[in-house]
Design a protein around this ligand. Structure first.
Ligand code: ADP
Ligand code: MG
Length: 282
């Protein structure tokens, strides 16, 4: 049964960490599929020129004539670019052309607002349709703190930070939080840190748990539960063009992402005042 509330503005969540390989893209694809299973209308936005999200949803970026790059830099309507996928989510796909967007946008006034503007226009257009606007928009950020990540944070209600607990770097988290802090000051006062999502988690080692606790305490960050276990199943999913929720329905990883999605739905419905205070910088 659907748990969504119709007609409200979408919840826009940026999944960000400037470190590559921490499961940003996997988390976006899996949480998106899990939200769709719950009956939510979901849009995933690929903001990485490597286009791994696009590819993992069974779309070959090389076959695309228009992509998110055209929406952000050429004013093309997002509805012309969005593709429906077998995972029950829609995607605003990327191609390697997006690598140029950083440079193209650098000299543009209002560049921080390009994603926000495009999503607002989209919500307005879809508001007039029978299906209505999306319930969730998940932004798959590139592995940098450049223009696209800042624009994603500017468009977002919340930011979720996937962290690989094994190779965790404190300095990286600090830099990301500094960026979040700047975005709050200059472009998006309402941005909330939804917390860290432990990924590639090896629960057999105490090390992972210790690192996670240290990070959460040092930066006063909430931890979104449950941790996503490290499993080989994830390596197989992208090649199949489907998320792990479809390729290994009842695997531990799929179950964990379903639980995370449920917790995010709960998080989204919390009244603002009850949400945790913004993290202070240390
Ligand atoms: P990012 O977007 O942060 O660069 P990806 O989502 O592309 O990270 O994941 C990096 C690699 O790790 C991919 O090969 C992916 O299949 C793999 N991976 C992601 N999550 C898991 C997991 N829970 N267990 C094992 N491998 C994983
Ligand atoms: Mg990625």
């Amino acid at each position: 049964m659907s748990t969504k509330s119709r007609g409200a503005a979408p919840v826009t969540l940026a999944v960000a960490n400037q470190k590559g390989g921490v499961a940003k893209t996997t988390s976006v694809a899996s949480i998106g599929a899990a939200l769709a299973e719950l009956g939510h209308r979901v849009l995933l936005v690929d903001l990485d020129p490597q286009a791994c999200l696009t590819f993992s949803l069974g779309i070959d970026p090389e076959d695309l004539e228009i992509s998110v790059h055209h929406v952000l830099t050429k004013g093309v309507d997002a509805t012309e670019v969005i593709i429906e996928t077998e995972d029950g989510v829609d995607v605003l796909p990327a191609t390697i052309e997006l690598a140029r967007a950083e440079a193209d946008l650098l000299t543009r006034t209002g560049r921080e607002h390009v994603i926000k503007g495009a999503l607002e226009q989209l919500a307005e257009e879809l508001g007039d349709t029978e299906e209505g606007p999306y319930d969730w928009v998940l932004l798959d950020c590139p592995p940098s703190l450049g223009v696209l990540t800042v624009a994603a944070l500017t468009a977002a209600d919340g930011v979720l930070v996937p962290l690989q607990c094994e190779t965790l770097s404190h300095r990286g988290v600090g830099q990301l939080l500094d960026t979040v802090h700047d975005v709050r000051r200059f472009t998006n006062r309402g941005l909330e840190l939804w917390g860290v999502l432990p990924t590639l988690y090896d629960g057999r080692t105490n090390h992972a748990r210790t690192v996670l606790e240290t990070i959460s305490e040092t930066y006063d960050l909430e931890v979104v539960e449950p941790p996503i276990p490290k499993t080989i199943k994830f390596a197989e999913a992208p090649a199949a063009g489907r998320s792990i929720l479809a390729t290994s329905r009842s695997s531990k990883g799929a179950t964990a992402y379903r639980e995370v999605a449920g917790n995010l739905v709960e998080r989204a419905s919390r009244p603002k005042a009850a949400k945790k205070k913004p993290a202070t910088r240390k």
